[in-house]
Design a protein around this ligand. Structure first.
Ligand code: PGA
Length: 245
């Protein structure tokens, strides 16, 4: 049985005053089987990781190199040192804003694993790609090129995030989500073998909210959610945690 994961991606939101959300989430998290993860901006990782043992904390990116002359960047080891146990890599906003390629994501994933972090690798099609019926090809290509060898159910989580669903209030139909998640599961099993392939969690992300979370959670091979806007307030995110179980 794969344990469900409710992952909150705060993106470039959150100040010291928002740390109180974690206290509320901690109580909710305690009452559920679902693993809860918050990925705040790097400035809050240290404080947040000291506030709760029930909630895992993660970064939102890291550099592919372990250290060196990369002004403004953050290394995987620094994230781990601050108390993070996860990092999100290859988010579509990073791919769009910083031209991150599948090869970059693969390199960063290896570095993050070396630092002991679990990695959430994000993949997803654009609206144009979906309308051209290329979704499965795009997902297959991103999955094989972004994920390094040596993946396990412990060190890897995949997040399927259709780019057109992020922050738009739009979501694919439940059938469309199921089709992509089943395909990702089959690809993972083919590449890594049935044992590992079945143990990697696959999250859905893109306009997940308290209203649609329970339905999405019932779809086959959906092992949780990567939630942006609706993770910022504990009142909303708690409902998603409850919906995921
Ligand atoms: P959203 O973002 O929930 O605000 O659509 C999801 C994400 O980008 O991970």
């Amino acid at each position: 049985m794969r344990r469900k994961l409710a992952a909150g991606n705060w993106k470039m939101n959150g100040l010291d005053e928002n740390l109180q959300e974690i206290k509320t989430l901690s109580e909710v998290s305690n009452a559920h089987d679902c693993e809860v993860l918050i990925c705040p901006p790097a400035t809050l990782i240290h404080s947040m990781s000291r506030m709760s043992n029930d909630i895992a904390i993660g970064g939102q990116t890291c550099h592919a190199n372990t250290s060196g002359a990369h002004t403004g960047d953050i290394s995987a080891q620094m994230l781990a040192d601050s108390g993070a146990t996860y990092v999100i890599l290859g988010h579509s906003e990073r791919r769009a804003d910083y031209n991150e390629t599948d090869a970059d994501v693969r390199a960063k994933t290896k570095t993050a694993w070396d630092a002991g972090l679990k990695v959430i690798v994000c993949i997803g099609e654009s609206l144009g790609e979906r309308e051209a019926c290329n979704t499965i090809d795009i997902i297959g290509g991103q999955l094989s090129a972004s994920v390094p060898d040596n993946a396990t159910g412990e060190n890897l989580v995949i997040a399927y995030e259709p780019v057109w669903a992020i922050g738009t209030g739009l979501t694919p139909t439940l059938d469309q989500i199921g089709e992509v998640h089943d395909f990702i599961r089959a690809q993972l099993e083919r590449r890594f073998g049935a044992g590992v392939g079945r143990s990697v969690r696959i999250l859905y992300g893109g306009s997940m909210n308290p209203k649609n979370a329970a339905d999405i959670a019932q779809v086959s091979n959906v092992d949780g959610g990567l939630v942006g806007g609706a993770s910022l307030k504990a009142a909303d995110f708690s409902q998603i945690i409850t919906a995921l179980g």
